[in-house]
Design a protein around this ligand. Structure first.
Ligand SMILES: Nc1ncnc2c1ncn2[C@@H]1O[C@H](COP(=O)(O)OP(=O)(O)O)[C@@H](O)[C@H]1O
Ligand SMILES: [Mg+2]
Length: 255
């Protein structure tokens, strides 16, 4: 037991101190899931939300995860996002085994490896777009000048260089989501993980955000996007469909 926990501390320490990209082994897939199950509750109230998920996602892939309400999408997203751990099975993110990591180590993995994009944007109110985008770099201890420059670059990449000093309530929904995408990108994560990113947007803003995701994919980013809409999933390169906690279909969209 002692040796195992010492190993885990060492892994967490390595992630903490390594330069960005240093732990990224280019030949390993970004995501490897094998035999992943997730059971909530026990006895009469037991729910098997995931019943054996095997999935490999290669660097640069753009994957939509689809399925009806209750099929296990959020559960799978929480596991991929290192927000929760599986009941059984194996998960490696960027070549790092994250099964059974404790909460401290999981939070380091999340901060280093994943850029989250949520349906409700989750921007900090009464705070400029620039400061919102800088935030992940604050947590990583990046100095003020570099932080500012990287946030400006990320906002420019999403086409919002002229809105940097606006607060979320001064921006449209589509613009707010583009700020959230800039915030997800700014720390150069291995994975962009989006949960219904267009769920709160009108059709024009949906188009803008999907165009942006497409450009990021063209630049080589790895994207996993949860959606229940076929026309949104049509923008991804690959569509994985869940039924009752199992993968029912895994196909490539025509290029
Ligand atoms: N925290 C939880 N406790 C108990 N059951 C849960 C919990 N979260 C999800 N479930 C159940 O797990 C199944 C999958 O849920 P979820 O992953 O949220 O599906 P989806 O996101 O596709 O709607 C559902 O039956 C849901 O009721
Ligand atoms: Mg859900």
């Amino acid at each position: 037991m002692e040796a195992v926990s010492a190993d885990r501390r060492a892994v967490a320490g390595d992630i903490m101190t390594a330069e960005p990209g240093a732990l990224r082994a280019p030949r390993t897939p970004v995501i490897e899931l094998a035999g992943i199950t997730k059971t909530y509750g026990s006895g009469d109230t037991e729910v098997q939300a995931l019943r054996g998920i095997d999935m490999v996602i290669e660097r640069g892939d753009y994957v939509a995860i689809m399925g009806a309400s209750g099929s296990g999408k959020s559960t799978l997203m929480n596991i991929i996002g290192a927000l929760d751990v599986a009941t059984a099975g194996h998960y490696a993110l960027d070549g790092i085994d994250i099964d059974d990591l404790d909460e401290g180590a999981l939070s380091i993995v999340r901060n280093r490896k994943i850029g989250f994009i949520f349906q409700s944007f989750n921007l900090i109110p009464r705070t400029s777009a620039l400061s919102n985008v800088e935030l992940p770099l604050v947590y990583r201890g990046v100095g003020r000048r570099e932080r500012r420059q990287r946030a400006i670059d990320a906002l420019t990449a999403v086409g919002l260089e002229d809105r940097m000093h606006h607060q979320p309530n001064e921006l449209s929904g589509g613009q707010q989501q583009r700020v959230a995408v800039a915030r997800a990108l700014v720390a150069e994560p291995s994975l962009l993980l989006a949960d219904e990113p267009t769920g709160n947007l009108d059709s024009r803003s949906t188009g803008d955000v999907l165009d942006l995701m497409g450009r990021l994919h063209d630049q080589g980013r790895t994207i996993v996007m949860i959606t229940h809409e076929d026309d949104v999933a049509a923008h991804a390169g690959r569509v994985v469909t869940l039924i009752d906690g199992l993968i029912s279909e895994d196909r490539r969209n025509p290029a």
